[in-house]
Structures are given as C-alpha cells and as structure tokens.
Ligand binder design. Structure first.
Ligand SMILES: C[S@@+](CC[C@H](N)C(=O)[O-])C[C@H]1O[C@@H](n2cnc3c(N)ncnc32)[C@H](O)[C@@H]1O
Length: 191
C-alpha cells in the first residue's frame, strides 16, 4: 500500500516526521556501540530517516542512508551527511565503516536478511551493527503493531531472541543489550 519498505509514506511525511516522533533514546545505542572492538569513527545510520537516532552521538562521521529522498533532504537540512540508498545495497565500499545503526526501521525493510548481510559487508572487523526495534509481545509493542497495520504499513516485527538468531545467521556475533518494548540487539563482525 505504501510501497516497498513503506517508503512512499515516509517520503510524504518526511517534513513532519521529526515533529511527530519522540526523541530517540541515545543510551542503548551508545551501549551497543561500546561493544565494538575498534574506535567508532565512521557510522552509517541505515534507514535513518532524518537522522533522528544518530543525532548527538559522539562519532566523528555519520552518514544517513534512506530510500526516501524526502527523508534524506530533511537530514541534509539538519546539517547531516545523507545519501539516498537501499538498506540491502548500501552505497559504501566493503569494510569501510566501524558501525551500522538501524533504529526503529528493520521491521519496515522488505528483505531484512539482505539488509543485515549488507551491514555485515560494510563493517570493518571489530565493528558493530546496532539494531533498535520494538518487541511485539509487550503491551506497547502490540499497540505499535496494531497502529502500523491500521495505517497500512507492511511491517514485520520480531522479538530480541529471534533477531539475535537472525543476526547470528548473518555471520555476526549477537548480543541482546536490552529488552522491553524498545530493545537493542548488537551484531559484532569478528573478522
Ligand atoms: C520509522 S522510519 C525510522 C527512521 C529513523 N531510523 C528513526 O529512528 O527515526 C523507517 C525508515 O526506513 C526507511 N526505509 C524503508 N525501507 C528502506 C530500504 N529498503 N532502504 C533504506 N531505507 C528504507 C523509510 O524511508 C523510513 O525513513
């Protein structure tokens, strides 16, 4: 209904997205980045929208990648680096970044495994993929699932253990950093 990854809707709502969304929690993302075995100098905020979840992180260079051009324009207007791109085909060289962040977005991606594989390829050894998601079995998670269905989004949600298994299948070492309505799973690239 809203196109692959619901990007047509996100493109339309890009201008008001920041005003409608609560600020992202920085602490769990920082806890995830701290699991890297290398300094995090370069981060990709994948399906990053206007860059909400990576704003304010202490990382020298962050690039937002999003499939919705309107979201990238918002990111650029906020003074962020941004590129239009598909999470499954990241516009960067292999082993060129220290961390990849996917915040509140994996459930929208039409091919989550392809996106995780692309993140792994982009990571340097010792780098980390940090995923923030919603747990659909929690009370607030059930509300989010129902709300996204009601507006016609094609979202697919899973809990932290299922995501950790998916991350491990991609060849990354998984850690569940925190659990609850919003949870965090990290995958580290060992080599
Ligand atoms: C709910 S928003 C989350 C944005 C941001 N990460 C945040 O925390 O606010 C989901 C984003 O995923 C993007 N998206 C959906 N499918 C995508 C894809 N295949 N590749 C890149 N971005 C995609 C949408 O355009 C949208 O900006």
């Amino acid at each position: 209904m809203h196109g692959p990854g619901d990007t047509r809707a996100f493109d339309r709502f890009a201008r008001v997205y920041d005003a409608l969304m609560p600020p992202a929690r920085r602490a769990p993302v920082e806890a995830g980045l701290a699991l890297a075995d290398r300094r995090v100098d370069r981060l990709l905020d994948v399906a990053g929208g206007p860059g909400r979840a990576s704003a304010g992180l202490d990382v020298p260079r962050t690039v937002v990648v999003d499939a919705a051009p309107g979201m990238c324009r918002r990111a650029l207007a906020r003074g962020r680096e941004a590129a239009v791109g598909d999470a499954a085909r990241l516009p960067v060289a292999d082993e060129s970044v220290d961390a990849v962040l996917v915040a509140d977005a994996l459930h929208h991606l039409p091919d989550r495994d392809a996106a995780l594989r692309a993140a792994r390829a982009a990571l340097r050894p010792g780098g980390v993929l940090v995923v923030r998601e919603f747990d659909p079995v929690t009370l607030r998670g059930r509300v989010v699932v129902a709300a996204e269905r009601a507006v016609g989004f094609g979202s697919t949600f899973e809990g932290p253990d299922a995501l950790a298994t998916r991350v491990e299948r991609t060849g990354l070492t998984p850690t569940v950093v925190d659990r609850g309505f919003g949870y965090t799973v990290v995958g580290k690239r060992e080599r």
